[in-house]
Design a protein around this ligand. Sequence first.
Ligand SMILES: *[C@@H]1O[C@H](CO)[C@@H](O)[C@H](O)[C@H]1NC(C)=O
Ligand SMILES: *[C@@H]1O[C@H](CO)[C@@H](O)[C@H](O)[C@H]1NC(C)=O
Ligand SMILES: *[C@@H]1O[C@H](CO)[C@@H](O)[C@H](O)[C@H]1NC(C)=O
Ligand SMILES: *[C@@H]1O[C@H](CO)[C@@H](O)[C@H](O)[C@H]1NC(C)=O
Length: 504
Amino acid sequence: MSSPRETIHDPFNSWKFLVFPTIKATDIFSLFVKATLLVTTVVSISLLFYSAFSNQSQWLRCPECNGVLLSGHRKLTKGNNAFDDSYQETNVSHILFGVGGSAKTWNQRRHYCELWWRPEITRGYVWLDEKLPETETWPKTSPPYKVSEDTSRFKYRCSYGSRSALHIARIVKESFELGLDNVRWFVMGDDDTVFFVENLVMVLAKYDHNQMYYIGGNSESVEQDVIHSYTMAYGGGGFAISYPLAKELVRVLDGCIDRYTSFYGSDQRVQACMSEIGIPLTKELGFHQVDIRGNPYGLLASHPLAPLVSLHHLDYVQSIFPGMTRIDSLKKLIIPYGMDPGRTLQHSFCYDLNRNWSVSISWGYTIQLYPYLRTAKQLETAFRTFQTWRSWSHEPFTFNTQPISHDPCERPVVYFLDRVESVGRGQTLTTYKRHVEEGNESCDRQDYALVQAVRFVNVTSSTLKPDIWNMAPRRQCCEIVNREKQVVEVMIRGCKQFESVTPP
Ligand SMILES: *[C@@H]1O[C@H](CO)[C@@H](O)[C@H](O)[C@H]1NC(C)=O
Ligand SMILES: *[C@@H]1O[C@H](CO)[C@@H](O)[C@H](O)[C@H]1NC(C)=O
Ligand SMILES: *[C@@H]1O[C@H](CO)[C@@H](O)[C@H](O)[C@H]1NC(C)=O
Ligand SMILES: *[C@@H]1O[C@H](CO)[C@@H](O)[C@H](O)[C@H]1NC(C)=O
């Protein structure tokens, strides 16, 4: 265990502190996560459609963004194979959000929640631990609030935790007991959870809400999963409980709270109940607890092939774009997200075989260029720009990571999102600008000089149709369509048959 250290704000200066010679793979867990991706419900696809929504500007704060989908897209099989024609696709109105909050701190914490909350569109409440002081007015941009019932009758025996876990654990019950119409999913989150609502709808629409589902993700830090649980959906990453499961949960929840008194969190108490009901966690790779320290760059730049559903703990990591505040960084990511939600952070790799360059795209966020051919395996593995949550150690994580080389001639030349525009017919153009590291640690080899001369990488792609997530996942391909000294133009598209990222 290493001691906590200063977080260094510049992402690429901090890289040099994170270089370690060995990689210890956590292959087995990563395989397990991948396998769970494949376990899907029996569904059949019906019509897919986008519905432009008119009130997007306030939320996206992006005048250029076209309307994005807010509708699910699924006709489920009922019983085994009989179609139910009256089935309506899951949309945002079917979700009831429950956000855990505190009256004393809401004003400092609300900024993340207000990034994704859309008045009149999203349904739900912030649940406060106590009444708001009379002098305080509730902001209109926040979700409406309710005050949780008194929990003083419950026991709490975790020496290092907080009793607020009790009122937060009961949010699902209090939400259920409101008896609101047409709720298919109860989605829980913290006051610093950022949801990507279209993607959340897209993910939940894959599942039959008439069955009992508990959907979310683990912590990224193995030490956390060992201490808390691998079988639990981490509350900060957010989790979803289908209506019929919530109904069962409500019956046993208060009993669980009094049985599992030594647990730290609200999410563990909920999971303990799930264990009593016998419902396992369905893992979805887009929920992010973000139990890491340092720079989240490596985590975000290697997002798995699944829609980005949530981010959390953003006050505990460096901002995701260099030289910007944390909130402004998120607003920046939300611009491409608004144009093509499902593609956000999705990888594509291609080679420029005229020059033997490798291009790694994390759409809407960053691009890495190398003046030589790296394998797809190397390109997809996260750079270890971050440490573990509890002990600030260099590993292990629940996915594979690679160290950043000491040698600048083995590092990528990095670009960050610059501009986003719609170029018609469902196509977007995203451009990425070279990020110049501070100090003089760049490679001075001739092949690197050619890459460093590239100021922009401009990428076109078509908006991903949400049905892509109902099919067997495959990373999309890209190709270099134009090369100039200062600009490389790349097109992302579906892969052709027998196309792979294979060096010649
Ligand atoms: C969502 O689906 C319901 C049917 O359950 C429908 O009445 C409603 O208009 C839909 N809302 C949106 C925003 O598409
Ligand atoms: C690219 O690499 C291949 C294999 O290493 C080599 O044969 C070829 O000459 C290189 N091409 C260029 C343009 O450097
Ligand atoms: C820049 O390079 C010089 C000479 O190699 C070295 O002494 C100096 O420490 C370097 N500066 C930084 C910030 O790396
Ligand atoms: C690439 O993007 C940059 C920055 O947005 C822009 O100035 C440039 O004109 C673009 N180049 C091409 C060829 O599209």
